[in-house]
Design a protein around this ligand. Structure first.
Ligand code: COA
Length: 389
């Protein structure tokens, strides 16, 4: 029996910053950001969205009466969680009105959390084929104004339904993983911004990719010739290109061209949204299945997941018959194209309005945010979420 992703959806807030404008404001050559980093735009997250509301705004697009009756597992991958104890999954379960007879919890290992959730969900559904799981990757990527990491910020949420006989992509359970205690990126409890050693992180990422890809080939006898696409965790598109380049010499010239083309289709959305942390690999999957017209049913796609700190995993999926959905693609285009472009001062002011880690009530004005689910503030140390439609 096949198990994998039956439905996938995405939400990002309705504002973005042009990387060309940011480069000019930071006295950098725009080509450094556009070509050197590979980023064109970056979603900007207002203080009325957090990982819970973004996940709800993504997931409500794919929750229906049929899967609502079958979902009894909700796994929420995030590294920008909103409570040190209570999981974002419980808030989400309530907002989406899912059954209380559900296992709902959060997973954390930097940008790897959603992959941990997806693999757990796959194994669970393999054992219980009449059940389904909702897996989330939602994050707000913040490094700080005027920092080297600023160009790799962003935010949003990917939601995935994992089921038997999936319409989009199936996973056979083979996987290669590798972990090691490394300080390339982390976020201490006192701050909302990450600490990163970006150049070191690049090296570790490529090494973990090569390690897991080699391990995977030994486990499965697959080679690069068997893959129609390789997609990557993409904090920014250039990082994935570095991974791909490391293994391209294993491929024939034709296969190299095919993988490079697939990579560019698979990074189209990421170039416009920026870093999603846990959701980045799955936004790349969405970008690939929406945009790559060479992709066919039965093709094998390689996926590399990476979470700083660090955990890497390589696995493959087989493209299933319902992978392309014109309505889903249309919805995605509309969401990205209708975002409002911010000036750099507007972006800076929104960035600085992000709630600080401190005690006390907080009342936020939600009138400028058109999303269905919004974060309205904090009362008596409890977060206030609204479902407005
Ligand atoms: N035209 C084209 N390319 C240019 C350029 C120009 N005018 N100027 C610079 N570049 C290229 C550089 O050659 C470099 O390419 P390379 O990576 O292939 O060598 C790239 O642009 C970035 O330049 P660099 O000088 O390395 O930038 P930086 O020191 O400002 O740092 C990051 C860039 C990505 C390391 C930094 O933004 C960062 O740390 N981001 C966070 C990354 C992260 O989150 N990692 C952990 C998660 S997995």
């Amino acid at each position: 029996m096949k198990v994998g992703i039956d439905a996938i959806s995405f939400y990002t807030p309705a504002m973005y910053l042009s990387m060309e404008q940011l480069a000019k404001a930071r006295n950098e050559d725009p080509n450094k950001y556009l070509i050197g980093i590979g980023q064109q735009e970056q979603s900007v997250v207002p203080n009325t969205q957090d990982v819970v509301t973004m996940a709800a705004n993504a997931a409500e697009q794919i929750i229906n009466d049929d899967n609502r009756a079958k979902i009894d597992l909700v796994i929420f991958g995030t590294e920008s969680g909103i409570d040190n104890s209570k999981s974002a999954a419980i808030y989400l379960q309530t907002l989406l009105e899912l059954s209380p007879r559900t296992r709902a919890f959060e997973t954390k290992q930097a940008c790897y959390g959603a992959t941990a959730g997806l693999q757990m969900a796959r194994d669970y559904v393999q054992l219980h084929p009449d059940k389904q799981a909702l897996v989330i990757g939602a994050d707000v990527a913040r490094y700080g104004l005027n920092t080297p990491g600023e160009v790799t910020q962003g935010g949003g949420a990917v939601a995935m339904i994992v089921s038997a006989n999936p319409r989009i992509i199936s996973f056979d359970g083979n996987s290669a993983f590798y972990s090691k205690d490394i300080m390339d990126f982390w976020r201490p409890l006192h701050t909302t911004e990450a600490i990163v050693d970006g150049h070191y992180s690049n090296d570790v990422y490529v090494n973990f990719f090569k390690e897991t890809w080699n391990q995977y080939q030994q486990i499965t006898d697959l080679s690069i010739a068997d893959l129609s696409a390789m997609i990557f965790h993409l904090p920014y598109p250039k990082m994935g290109i570095k991974g791909l380049r490391a293994v391209l010499p294993e491929a024939t010239p034709d296969k190299q061209a095919e993988l490079k083309t697939a990579f560019s289709f698979g990074s189209m959305y990421n170039k416009r949204v920026g870093n999603l942390y846990t959701g980045s690999l799955y936004l790349s999957l969405l970008s690939l299945i929406d945009n790559d017209d060479h992709l066919k049913v039965g093709d094998t796609v390689g996926l590399f997941s990476y979470g700083s700190g660090a955990q890497g995993e390589f696995f493959t999926g087989q493209v299933e018959a319902g992978f392309f959905d014109a309505n889903r693609k249309q919805r995605m285009q509309t969401m990205l194209n209708s975002r409002r472009q911010l000036s750099v001062p507007e972006y800076e002011s929104i960035f600085n309005s992000w709630p600080k880690i401190k005690a006390g009530d907080l009342i936020l004005s939600v009138s400028d945010d058109d999303a269905k689910f919004v974060f309205a503030g904090v009362k008596d140390d409890q977060r206030q979420y609204l479902n407005r439609k």
